[in-house]
Design a protein. Structure first.
Length: 245
């Protein structure tokens, strides 16, 4: 059974947060201030802490610092923390390094809280050096993606070079190149449309496939305006490709 600690001096929020987590699979413990919360952490370990910033006796920042000191001394894994507050920007400015933390502005919806939990469980993908799946090799002339194909994965190019093209009136038109350090396939994945281009290796190329569900889980965990911006940019690029030739 997973154990969750909720620390907040707003008593009305306690039953609400407890209702978010089924009693069959979660034990949700509540504390009304930071001092009470840190004492509970001294007595038992938790899988997740949901923590307010501005509280009596001990605020969220001091709680975070003391908890990390306790865990360092015990040499145990650091507990993931989600800060929930109406003063998130102020809190973030108090510390330059946050470890295993996410931040959520009050008021928030249940879905927003669970998105933050998902992010803590799935660290963001670093495209500079992804280590997600086994690498694949394409020889010159081999096709990675066909025009009109449904996209299930995107690909990070480790080495080599690939060429993007589209068919117009029976003619193949080159629309661009993909070089090491770049991604390919993300546009169709984000819009949920069929890929508007074909992608073919022009040199021996090494790639890392990244499953689409991993990417979309991260995109879905972001604020809605970020997802809308990505979708808008992708659709405009798609329209530009269609006008080529």
């Amino acid at each position: 059974m997973k154990k969750i600690l909720f620390v907040d001096d707003e008593k009305d929020l306690h039953p609400l947060i407890q209702s978010y987590f089924p009693k069959e699979t979660y034990r949700t413990v509540c504390a009304f201030d930071g001092l009470e919360g840190i004492q509970k952490c001294r007595n038992e370990d938790f899988d997740l802490i949901i923590l307010d910033y501005k509280m009596p006796k001990m605020d969220g920042l001091k709680f975070y610092q003391q908890l990390r000191d306790i865990q360092e001394a015990k040499k145990v894994e650091h507990t993931p923390i989600i800060f929930v507050s109406g003063s998130i920007d102020e809190l973030k400015s108090k510390n330059s390094k946050w470890f295993k933390c996410e931040f959520l502005n009050k008021p928030f919806e249940k879905s927003e809280l669970f998105q933050k939990i998902h992010v803590l469980k799935e660290p963001p993908i670093k495209t500079q050096s992804p280590k997600l799946e086994a690498k694949m090799i394409l020889n010159p002339g081999e096709e990675l993606i066909q025009q009109g194909q449904d996209i299930q994965s995107i690909y990070y190019v480790v080495s080599g070079k690939l060429e993007c093209s589209t068919m117009r009136d029976g003619k193949r038109i080159v629309t661009g190149e993909v070089s090491p350090g770049e991604l390919v396939g993300q546009m169709a994945l984000i819009t949920g449309s069929k890929c508007p281009i074909s992608v073919t290796a022009t040199e021996k190329s090494e790639l890392i496939p990244i499953p689409g569900e991993k990417i979309m889980a991260i995109v879905d965990a972001q604020p809605k305006w970020i997802k809308l911006m990505l979708e808008s940019l992708s659709k405009r690029l798609n329209e530009t490709i269609k006008r080529v030739g």
